[in-house]
Design a protein around this ligand. Structure first.
Ligand SMILES: Nc1ncnc2c1ncn2[C@@H]1O[C@H](COP(=O)(O)OP(=O)(O)OP(=O)(O)O)[C@@H](O)[C@H]1O
Length: 412
């Protein structure tokens, strides 16, 4: 089902779908290409057309081994398409879904590649604004790097903006993917290069842990955690790597490393990480996520938007969940200060060493209830023996810790 795109390109086969359109494997005058074709029903939307134009414009002249270059923009009747370098491989989300967690060496090698790509973009004045595993492509035709990892390339600069150009997005809207949004974006500040560092550090954490540090539950709850909670250490992570992560997840943008420095520091760690197996981290407590979605006061998504896992609603107006391969974006209003001041409720998915008890889980609460019941019965039986004081203390000890182990409030 070949399809002509403009006068120079032919689209042969669908590679994948995003919220704004479909990516095709195509052919151009210089060989195979990837063609991102805007959905027909959207190509008449001037705002989206502008976004497409921006995606290419932002990348003009940006050539780097770790960035997917945009080669051409085609406007032809109802067709609006971006022509990109073809990357033969898969995206990082697909690999992560398959492997659940990556060995630290492979994770660090991939993230170092992306940091190098970001360094080039930042030097050209471009902020990506949507760094996430979906937007990292792995070139499976090239040689393997450290830890058996493939060369990683950053793609989809669809929401990228030239630094310091007038903002096209209204100040009251957040555009991006909740799990990876830097706190200053949530607070309504203009995005600088450091938001990409925060997002990339979130990706690194996710590759190591199998889940993001502040994800889970309602998108509004996720946004608030970025502002109010600090990241909890991953069991077994080498200290040098953890320190880098903490620095790049700093709430204060100025405290984060620059992309070029992050890339260099990560590469320095590679020899130390060689041969290290994936960290043993248990799945997060999904029950806590659900509870968070139910009772946390959060900014409302736009009318009609469903609350979905990974906190995603379509970025593109009119896009339905089925329009995309995955749940990826949000377009929400910036939370008001009092909503953010609600504070950490300890609902973030939290790392737990494999086999360690799960604070706050149904199983754990049931165990705690049973222990309290046993102690209460014992109290009745032993009251006459005058050991009530001991029991009161014991019951306090048996109460599972509130979720404070999951998430420490951020230090100001
Ligand atoms: N340059 C490329 N070469 C090869 N495959 C690509 C290329 N760009 C995108 N793809 C494939 O197409 C899929 C869809 O990409 P697209 O950028 O449209 O969506 P996304 O980033 O997954 O989601 P969204 O745009 O909603 O954030 C990707 O997951 C990837 O598998």
């Amino acid at each position: 089902m070949a399809r002509r795109i403009g006068s120079r390109y032919t689209a042969h086969q669908i590679l994948g779908r995003g919220s704004a359109g479909t990516v095709w494997l195509g052919e151009g005058p210089d060989g195979p290409v990837a063609i991102k074709l805007l959905r027909e029903d959207l190509s008449s939307d001037q705002e989206l057309v502008g976004r497409f134009v921006q995606e290419r414009t932002a990348l003009l002249g940006l050539e780097h081994p770790h960035v997917v270059s945009v080669r051409d923009l085609v406007v032809d009747g109802n067709d609006l398409a971006l022509v990109m370098d073809l990357v033969r491989g898969t995206d990082l989300r697909t690999r992560l879904d398959r492997e659940r967690r990556l060995a630290p060496e492979a994770a660090v090698a991939i993230v170092a590649d992306v940091a190098d790509g970001l360094a080039a973009a930042h030097a050209a004045g471009v902020v990506h604004r949507d760094v996430k595993p979906e937007n990292v492509l792995l070139d499976m035709q090239g040689p393997l790097g450290p830890g058996g990892s493939h060369r990683a390339l950053l793609t989809d600069f669809g929401v990228a903006k030239l630094i310091d150009t007038p903002r096209r997005t209204r100040a009251t809207k957040i555009i991006g993917t909740p799990d990876y949004l830097a706190p200053e974006i949530v607070e309504g500040l203009p995005p600088r290069a450091s938001v990409d560092i925060y997002a990339l550090a979130t990706v690194l954490y996710e590759l190591l842990a199998g889940f993001t540090p502040f994800g889970g539950g309602h998108p509004g709850a996720v946004l608030r955690r970025h502002v109010t909670e600090t990241v909890v250490p991953l069991p077994g992570i080498p200290d040098e790597l953890w320190q880098l992560l903490v620095q790049c997840l700093a709430k204060a943008p100025a405290s984060r490393l620059r992309a070029s420095e992050l890339g260099a520091r990560l590469r320095e760690l590679l020899p130390m990480l060689a041969g290290m197996p994936p960290l043993e981290v248990d799945e997060p407590d999904t029950e806590a996520e659900e509870e968070a979605g139910e009772d946390a006061p959060v900014p409302a998504p736009a009318a009609g938007e469903p609350v979905r896992r990974r906190g995603a609603v379509p970025l593109v107006p009119g896009a339905k969940p089925s329009d995309s391969n995955r749940d990826t974006h949000t377009s929400m209003r910036v939370p008001a200060p009092d909503e953010l001041a609600g504070g950490a409720r300890g609902t973030a998915r939290a790392p737990r060493a494999a086999g360690a008890p799960r604070p706050g889980s149904a199983r754990n609460r049931a165990v705690a209830r049973r222990r309290r019941l046993t102690l209460a019965v014992a109290a009745v039986l032993l009251a006459a023996a005058g050991v009530g004081t001991w029991l009161a203390t014991a019951e306090d000890d048996a109460t599972p810790p509130r979720d404070t182990r999951h998430s420490a409030p951020a230090t100001p």
